[in-house]
Structure formats: structure tokens, C-alpha cells
Write a protein that binds this ligand. Sequence first.
Ligand SMILES: [Zn+2]
Length: 340
Amino acid sequence: MAYFDKLFGNDGTKNRIAAAIKNGTLPHAFLISGPQGSGKKTLSLEIAAALNCQGDGRDLPCHRCKNCMRIYSNNFTDISYLRKPKDKATIGVEAVRTFRSDMFLSSTESGYKIYVIEDAHTLTPNAQNALLKVLEEPPNNVIILLLCEETDKILSTIKSRTQAISMQRFSKEELLDYILKHSENAASLYRKDKDKLLGVIQTADGNIGRVLKLSDENALIENSADREITEQIILSFKRGKSYEEIHTAMSNLPSDRTEYIKITEQLITAVRDLITLKYDENAELLFFISRGHAKSVSSDFSARRLMGIFDILTNAITDADRNVSLSVLSADVEAKIKLL
Ligand SMILES: [Zn+2]
């Protein structure tokens, strides 16, 4: 017997919802919160499938019956989505009204109609107010799922009319366990070079969606290459390195602007690790995997020099966002580091 098998972890939530479905006591509206990649959409599909599953009920959902297949191939007409338009910052009241009126159209293909509002934290207060009545008295067999990254922009009147589900965050050990079981590439990399895989998990910051993405073989390679470039650049920033050495390390930065910014941000994270280690040797590290190694790198720099590097890199990111030519930008960073 398995409940909501496609969703990793979150056992408390799974058991609670499965029991409610079996007892016929499922609330008709949920507020599901958690960062991007934490499984909110997977949970929505699992709930939709469980409610409409035609299997024998041993596994919920079964993932094999016609309805389950249609839901997972995006071919199920009784799931509707309301999403924030890409070019807008919010979901407005008009969009909610249209969405809401659709809930009252009676025809259902199967047992339940599922209405999913993604990015619910971007609903304007008016748009949220437009939902209150339908949340209180939804039409029969309608389930409303509000997905949001954080709940502080959600009105308390919405919160009191929905059941809250907060997606679980995962420890590095849990993510490692998951990725080793679900990705062949990750498992083989782990056998060859344990630290490289731990680096991927470090980068994912407790986010299961990101671990899955990074577990793709190419992403793994790219990620570890990025880490190597970052470390080489940091080492070239030590006092006494020649201008040539700094320039050689910096020339490994990618020529693509987005990638350039990504690695520069990673550099800033690494420098931040080195600075915090100066003040708290047990500080949580966001870039370095081995504390011993990070401490030894940190001890090669003065706190003042690290702060200087931090400022130079932070300014570089601002300039990179302003479309300054990347080669000019790198030359500027190199010169400023040499002057520190
Ligand atoms: Zn099924």
C-alpha cells in the first residue's frame, strides 16, 4: 500500500490526506505553501489523481488506471489552472472571476473537478476577496488548491477557509538518500567522486526540484566545473598573486552573461563563507563542502581583504546587470583586486 508515491517525503501530509479521502472527509480547499521545487505541483496532481483514481484503492493514486494516466499526461479536462501571466506581477480580480464562474459549470468528466491556483501569493487583495465566497461554499465535488511560496501575503480570511499544508524541507542527508535512489548518474558519480555529488546537494539548498534537475548528468558535470572555476578564482585573489595569475583564473568565467553572473554569485557565496568563518568557525557553509578546507582557505586571507573582495564582486554583479561588457568588467575586477 502506498500513498502519493510520486511525492518525496512529506509523510505526515500524505497520511493525513489519504485518510481524509478514504473517510470522505477531505476539506474542499487547501493552501499549500513551500519554495519553488518543493513538490507543491506534484502534490496537486497526486490529490487530483487520488480523487479520480479508478484503481482498487490499495495504492492511492494507482498511477495505472485511465484517469491516473490522463492526469499525468496532462490530458484530463477536470483539472483547471490559474497562473500569473508571465508579463505581470500579480493575478488580478478579473482572472479570478472567470476562473470562479467555471467552477459552477456542472459537467464533470469524472468524480472531482480540481482547481489549482499557482502563485497564489501574487493574487491581489481584491482577487483574494473574490475567492472568499467560493472557498466557503464551493460547488459539489470541487476541490480548490492554492499554491504559494510564502503565506504572508495571503489574507487571514483565506487562511481560515482553507486547510494549510506546508511542504517539508529536506536535510542534506535526506536529499542524498533520495538522489542516490532515483538517479543512476548521481549514483555513479557518487562512486567515482563523492565530493562532487555532495557539492550538487549543497547547491540545491534543500530543494528537491533543484536536486532532480542537477541530477541530470550534464548538470552534474557543469555544476562541478563551475565549482572548480570558482575555487580557482578565489585562490588567485590571495595576497601576493601576480596580475597574470588573477587574469588567468578570471578568464575561465563563461562568456555568456547569465552564466557569468551565476558564477560570480557563487564566488560571492564562497567569499561570504570565508568571512563568516573568521567570526564563527561553526557557521553554516553555503559553498564549501569541507569545513577543514574552507578554514584553511580562509586563514590565507585577512578579514579586511575578504570584505574588499566581497564589495568588488557585489559591484561587478550590479554592472553585469547593467550590460557593461563582460571583458571590461573582468579587467576592472582584476585591477581592483590587485590594488587591495
Ligand atoms: Zn488510478
